[in-house]
Design a protein around this ligand. Sequence first.
Ligand code: COA
Length: 261
Amino acid sequence: MDLGTDIDEILVDFEAGVLTLRMNRPEKKNALIGPMYTRMAELMEAANHAADVRVILLTGSDAVFSSGNDVASFTSAEKDASGEVPSLRFLNTIAHCEVPLVAAVNGYAIGVGTTLLLYCDLVIAGEEAVFQTPFIDLGVAPEAGSSYTLPLRVGPQRAAEMLLLGERYSAQQALDWGLVNAVYPADRFQEEALMLTRKLASKPPASLRATKKLLRASLLQTIDGVMQAENVEFARCMQSPEFTEAISAFMERRAPDFSRC
Ligand code: COA
């Protein structure tokens, strides 16, 4: 497969059928910005058409997966060269990705760092992984289709808890709730995830893609509409004083005060 043009924030490796995408913006805890979304979307789109890509492994550094969307660029409506908003293009692409996706997660997996996992077929966590969907405390609404995919993955009551309270959950809790498939010590999770991807990559490729397609078929009938509805709510929330207060509080490193909103 043609790997395109490198950017520093996404490290790419392709070996023995496994395409590895590694988020790499350590100074911002792998917070996602436009070029990162675009690069990952382009690679997934290319992988869909590349028979030699058997599995995609999505990961961060050993200590942090991703702190989610870059808070400073939340309101950016900047479009990429294809005329699309990078985050929306990425989410649409990962939701419809035809290649089996494995995620290897340790450290913070916040916001889209958690919700993108709901499109990964298998998720391996390090025991220091921390999962959080803090949209409520940012004055926004669930995104990435998570108002639909999270209840599917963990059950409606647990999803309500995660989305209404926005608290943090440990790797063990995520395992108990079915958010991840397995938890390993932090110094082993990457290696275990790689072994898993190699095992998948050795399976009959057409059968692998067909199995993924069937597992996702009912989700794909619904997810585009869910994301559209979420985008409407999210955009409305971003106009609110709550959102302004939440973002100011993050920037000023203080607790938000929603009492006057
Ligand atoms: N967007 C933009 N910058 C971010 C970021 C994000 N999502 N997450 C972390 N950063 C930046 C911090 O502002 C800080 O930058 P600075 O050194 O220039 O001040 C740097 O990354 C390190 O983060 P810091 O907060 O000092 O690290 P920490 O270990 O104390 O906490 C987090 C890490 C991830 C728990 C914390 O940064 C955080 O809560 N981030 C926001 C998560 C979030 O709300 N994401 C959006 C979800 S929709």
